[in-house]
Write a protein that binds this ligand. Sequence first.
Ligand code: GLU
Length: 471
Amino acid sequence: MEIKNEMIVTRFPPSPTGYLHVGNARTAIFNWLYARHMKGKFVLRIEDTDAKRSTQEAIDAIFEALEWLGIDWDEGPYYQTQRLEIYNSYIERLIETGEAYYCTCSPEEIETMRQKAMTSGGKPKYDGTCRNKELSNIEGAVVRLKAPLSGTTIIEDVIKGNIVFQNEELDDFILCRSDGIPTYNYAVVIDDMTMLVNTVIRGDDHVMNTPKQILIYKALDCPLPVFGHVPMVLGTDKSRFSKRHGAVSVSAYKDMGYLPDAMLNYLVRLGWSHGDQEFFTRQELIDVFDLEHIGRSAGVFDPEKLLSLNADHIRATLPDELVAPLKPFLKSHGIEVKDSDLIKKVIETLHARSKTLEEMAENALFYFVDDIGYEEKAAKKFLKPAVLEALRLLIDQFEILDNFSEENLESAFKAVMDQTGLKLGKIAQPVRVALTGKTASPGIFEVSALLGQDKVISRLKKATRYIEDKG
Ligand code: GLU
């Protein structure tokens, strides 16, 4: 079979049995980036033939995670369960050409063969009982590939180099089960072949499947795609990254307030390099991504590194563009703000000091709530009788200001410093606690200007009452 297809076509074929794991997301990202870099095509395929484990919720979760990551597809989503006729038609062809055969051996017989092979020191495998029987499609029969008995099958892996398999180690494996459902290896080949996929980048947990798939391509007389197997993502203890190490689903990072571009950047860097550059925008990745620099050794998922990269991405994003992503985080704290311009201004004060959108929302709360609470330690340390006079003078100054600009606020502070002989820090910290409830916040003039005259004065008055009551 001749496939004329010069354009790079990659694919992502998740099995919808749960959320999208960051390791799988990384495979999707590699394929997507390569397709975008090469101006090729990226195909999405849902491998849902395992009826017991596939769920609609998982399919929805995968779509949602991909959309959040900004991974779009040019073709699909295809569903394997809707393609059974296609798999069947190629089974017929393989039977006709003698490349496959029906087998009626019972599970018990197969078990006996496997045991026999193992007791004589070999690998458990099918012994070829039905290989030359030329059986027809009787009920209960499976279809097996007539695999070569000798020679080698080689994966020319673009990441790992050549991997050689002895054909005698592979048996006449099943292509189609007795209920008509294709096996993973068979369906994948038919799909990749008919979808004109010519570049297959996947996790190296599939390395053992690839020689079987190569044999199917050969049986169909179809050119092989380029294969590349990426090492698994590991946790800090060097075992496969799992729940024990932290959040593993892409959506968990979305919910924690990570930016999709940061996640994308982090996952790509986890298995690919471009010199020692760590920070990449999405477009930069599309411009420079290649298969040559996918690493051979496994990347370790380091949540701290991801967090700091996220902070870098937040800092590099225009406040305007953070307004919409921040809104759901504010909402989860009960804050709904219609005025996007106000949110933008709030972000301007916070975006150099927030590692996640969730942290930014928490730090933004004091701008929006009616009644702020004081952190206990902060109030104890700074809201003391010694600052009462300064706070009162400041209230007087603020009340006569026509324009509550940062400049005017600074002058008002200066006047109070002169009147009381206190240094700026001695006044600013209590004011900070009075306005924000905390000892750390954006610059005090910035915060005051943004809160506005009324709120600032009423919060300062509240602080003076608090001191009086305590005192
Ligand atoms: N459905 C398989 C998986 O999710 C696809 C593997 C492949 O890329 O061929 O692991």
